[in-house]
Design a protein around this ligand. Structure first.
Ligand SMILES: [Zn+2]
Length: 476
């Protein structure tokens, strides 16, 4: 330990002063701000030392980039598909091994580890004032089939490394710092995205529905959880719920999953809002029939109804007039799916998102009206129009945005404020905690495929900004 660390409690006060931007504190000093004077008198240290101590602290933040890269590579080997792709499905054997790997790293970082009934994993660094709500950070490590090794992973391994960075710097948190690995951010196995964070946010309908939820192989959620060592003797998952205010802040580090930062050559994205997602399933039923024998005027083609609805979704999205409104028909299935058979049934799955909830809901309403109109016109039955989820958007917390901005500035990194169009566990953590996100660039914006990539430099920058933001928020 260098002599610098004997100033530890003084460092607390100084960083506390600098929490929301060293630049404002520096200019305050130049203007002889009375609070700075008080600090100077109180601490007994000449104020000019403070700036060098702060810059000492900032420059003492060093990421073990090679170790972190090795961990990213090693974690990617817990996969059910060949490298470079990664497939890691909830509660699979590989998922259980990957969880063990994470818990081990948390232990090595000196965190006290706990798991809840669905396998959200928490690693806590106890602060000097452990009774205060902690500051949390984290993400997910599950991976959809044939995806990449950075989505989510950066926010878990990077968070553990951010803790290590702070420990190596001699920092002592006031509020405890907690790393969370969320269960099943991806909807692959049970069709529910952000399963772990939704439950943490206390969504009771989900806790109830999970009692009867099964996967594609008819394995129940609870059986699958038990096979991975969770939900032992309990069907009631409400033990997972966290109270609002459990954390003073939650901040997630994630790859952008879009091309903006890379294209603009910017190191850090500070997320100001997460777009509100909704998903809908629609089924049409017609009479079907022989593709040659049934004449056009007599047909009620469920496939054409689906095609028309897909175009209607696009039209309603464009009618919003906002670039932030998006809509996608990602699944369109026809039954029986034969070239010489008129589709008797069609199934669509529609995803629509916006940062403006009302505008997004207008798209849903118009899509419903179109589905009804199309069904009448084509004499098919609209047998289902089901809104699977209709989540509100989340706005980042002002103090967390400021902490991430100040951290970027102090580290001399370029940054820009931006919207997250993809959603993350942060969307649900926002219901119980002030929330923020830090994005780093990723190659061509690729994600959910093996080509997903972030450079060591970008990862290192992200981890540093996260570490510094956590330090600031911990002293808040
Ligand atoms: Zn993710």
């Amino acid at each position: 330990m260098s002599s610098r660390f004997c100033h530890c409690s003084f460092l607390h006060l100084l960083i506390g002063l600098f929490i929301f931007g060293s630049t404002s504190a520096i200019s305050a000093h130049e203007n002889e701000d009375p609070t700075i004077k008080t600090m100077e008198a109180f601490s007994g240290y000449p104020i000019h030392e403070s700036n060098s101590l702060i810059s000492d602290f900032v420059s003492s933040l060093s990421v073990e980039t090679q170790t972190l890269q090795n961990q990213i590579d090693e974690l990617s080997t817990f996969s059910d598909s060949p490298a470079p792709s990664v497939t890691r499905i909830l509660y699979s054997e590989k998922d259980v091994l990957a969880r063990r790997y994470i818990k081990n790293l948390m232990g090595l970082a000196g965190l006290s580890v706990r798991e809840d009934a669905v396998g959200n994993i928490f690693g806590r660094w106890i602060g000097d004032e452990p009774e205060l709500p902690p500051v949390a950070t984290g993400s997910h490590i599950d991976a959809i089939p044939y995806s990449g090794k950075y989505d989510g992973v950066i926010g878990v391994l990077g968070a553990i490394e951010a803790i290590n960075v702070l420990k190596r710097s001699g920092f002592k948190p006031k509020r405890s710092l907690e790393v969370i690995m969320f269960t099943s951010e991806e909807p692959t196995r049970f069709g529910i995205s952000c399963l772990g964070s939704r439950l943490l946010a206390g969504i009771e309908t989900l806790a109830n529905n999970l009692k009867s939820t099964v996967d594609g192989q008819n394995i129940s959620f609870l059986d699958a959880a038990r096979s991975a060592g969770y939900a032992n003797d309990q069907d009631d998952l409400s033990s997972v719920f966290l109270k609002k205010g459990s954390y003073s802040a939650f901040i997630e580090l994630h790859i952008e999953q879009g091309p903006i930062l890379e294209e603009e050559g910017i190191s850090i994205g500070v997320v100001t809002a997460i777009a509100a997602p909704a998903s809908i399933t629609v089924d049409f039923e017609g009479n079907g029939g022989h593709a040659g024998a049934a004449l056009m005027p007599t047909r009620n083609d469920a496939g054409l109804a689906a095609a028309e609805l897909a175009l209607a979704v696009e039209k309603h999205v464009l009618e919003s007039g906002s670039i932030d409104t998006v809509g996608t028909v990602g699944i369109l299935e026809l039954h029986p799916g034969a070239i010489n058979s008129i589709p008797s049934r069609s199934h669509l799955e529609i995803d629509t998102r916006d940062i403006d909830e009302k505008r997004r809901n207008t798209v849903i309403e118009k899509t419903h009206q179109s589905a009804t109109t199309i069904a009448n016109k084509r004499r098919v039955k609209l047998s289902e129009f089901k809104i699977i989820n209709q989540d509100p958007p989340a706005l980042s917390d002002k103090l967390i945005i400021e902490a991430a901005e100040a951290a970027s500035k102090e580290l001399n990194l370029t940054y820009k404020k931006m919207i997250s169009r993809a959603y993350h566990d942060s969307l649900f953590m926002a219901r119980i905690s002030p929330m923020g996100m830090i994005f780093i660039p990723c190659y061509k914006g690729y994600s959910h495929k093996p080509e997903e990539f972030s450079s060591r430099e970008d990862i290192t920058n992200g981890v540093k900004v996260l570490a510094l933001a956590l330090a600031k928020l911990s002293l808040n």
